[in-house]
Design a protein around this ligand. Structure first.
Ligand SMILES: [Ca+2]
Length: 463
């Protein structure tokens, strides 16, 4: 029995026209390298040079990318550098949580790593002897003078630098124990996440060089257009300062001038700003004083955004009506540091809220279904009106006057000549009339003054 969801390169390639028709301009696919046994999620990679054979062959991946490019779409691959699979345990903690250790404190050194596989024939012959991973090696030699390289950051953008010494510096992995305290800057960077993912020593140049070589190879061999970075909060920032420019430079040398890199963030704006090398809000964009050295990731996904969208649209309950407003604010944190006018994240299409029930037993790929056409229209609307993104005048949020529970109104549009009024009703039974003040320039006429939205119980009057 396995727990994998399925899906492969050929299947995705065959569905590209469907995805394109929705209005999507890129596909972001899950990690593609060989994984540990039964890690259904693909984020437990054991070799960054071998494709997971369940997804297909190198040629099939190339075919997928070519087909996407032929349709004018991009292919973004999810990459994981923070961790690999779960081949090690910390001495004395094969089945239990290992408290975090740092250097040598009160007679306790960082842990020795021990290999989970007892059968040596299952290990690889490498330049570093028998190892569970082909390219990244553990080493239990204590180096008393070794220090950690670079500045580390915590949840709020606070930083620490290493004042102590002594670690297993020759090892490509951290030996510090499990990640439990996400508010300790050392632990969030060096701890073993979930206690199950072997944490790479990414602040070390030796590990950086290997990972840079592998991800360069992926761009070159498969012509992919961007990387989505998994768990960047757990990766020392100096890794990104080395890796991200290396990826952009290599892509540019292959004619890919706009190689995209973004990460996942569930953090404060200040931490996010530090990680991406940008200002904490849009007003700081482009001002060096707010940017800590080299810009790293081009942007990020702020996870609360998806939660707000999800609650507002799926629950259809007035208590979640503010979700869209909150999403609207969160979206402004996803700006592209190099090109703020073009970087916008679309919500996951997987939240098929309108046809969720009917599609359980029906055809999920019906391009004529009401849900499909609805999403396609929304995406077309977004692209038409909101491409010029990132300026203050885009951000007007208003409410009906007088306010009505369950009715949400806001304006979008980046010039006074092209405003879009968005009105959402979370009450689908009762008829309501909403009076909406608008801030269009005097003399400009709305295309429609009164909207009857049949079946949704909402009548809108604009004055
Ligand atoms: Ca880490």
């Amino acid at each position: 029995m396995t727990f994998r969801h399925g899906g492969d390169f050929v299947g995705l390639m065959n569905k590209l026209p469907y995805i394109k028709g929705l209005g999507c301009q890129a596909v972001w696919i899950s990690p593609i390298f060989q994984n540990g046994f039964n890690f259904y999620h693909q984020y437990a990679q054991i070799d960054f040079t071998l494709l997971d054979q369940r997804m297909g062959t190198l040629q099939e991946l190339r075919n997928l990318v070519t087909a996407a490019h032929d349709l004018g779409m991009y292919v973004i691959v999810d990459v994981v550098m923070n961790h690999m699979a779960n081949e090690f345990f910390f001495e004395g903690h094969e089945y239990t949580q290992a408290p975090f250790r740092f250097h040598e404190e009160q007679g306790l050194r960082e842990y020795l790593l021990q290999v989970r596989k007892k059968d040596a024939t299952l290990l690889h012959d490498t330049p570093a002897g028998k190892q569970p991973y082909q390219d990244f090696y553990y080493d239990n030699t204590w180096v008393p003078s070794a220090k950690y390289n670079g500045t580390l950051y915590g949840q709020y953008g606070e930083w620490v630098t290493d004042a102590g010494s002594g670690t297993y510096d020759l090892s490509d992995f951290h030996h510090n124990g499990d990640l439990v305290d996400y508010f300790d800057p050392w632990e969030i960077n060096f701890g073993k996440i979930y206690g199950t993912m072997d944490d790479l020593r990414l602040e070390h140049w030796r590990v950086q060089e290997k990972y840079i070589a592998m991800t360069k190879a992926l761009i070159e061999s498969c012509d992919v257009d961007g990387y989505r970075v998994d768990t960047p909060m757990q990766v020392p920032l100096n890794f990104f300062k080395a890796w991200a420019p290396a990826m952009r430079d290599h892509a540019a040398s292959l004619g890919k001038e706009r190689f995209g890199i973004f990460g996942e963030f569930y953090v404060t704006p200040s931490r996010y700003a530090t990680m991406t090398g940008r200002g904490r809000d849009n007003t700081m964009y482009g001002q060096d004083v707010y940017i800590d050295g080299i810009a790293t990731l081009k942007g990020g996904i702020v996870y609360p955004y998806y939660w707000y969208i999800f609650t507002a649209m799926v629950y259809k309950d007035s208590q979640y009506a503010d979700g869209l407003v909150l999403a609207y604010r969160e979206e402004n944190k996803m700006i592209d540091i190099f090109d703020p006018t073009t970087n916008r994240q679309l919500a996951y299409a997987e939240y098929d809220w309108k046809g969720r029930d009917e599609n359980v037993s029906g055809d999920n790929f019906d391009m004529t279904s009401e849900t499909y056409r609805y999403i396609a229209r929304l995406n077309a609307l977004r692209r038409w009106y909101f491409g010029d993104f990132g300026r203050a005048e885009c951000d007007a949020v208003s409410a009906p006057n007088p306010q009505i529970p369950g009715i949400l109104v806001f304006e979008r549009g980046c010039t006074s000549l092209t405003k879009v009024l968005v009105i959402a009703s979370f009450e689908t039974v009762q008829n309501k009339t909403v009076r909406v003040p608008v801030s269009w320039v005097p003399g400009l006429r709305a295309l429609a003054r009164t909207f009857q939205v049949k079946g949704e119980g909402l009548s809108v009057k604009i004055w």
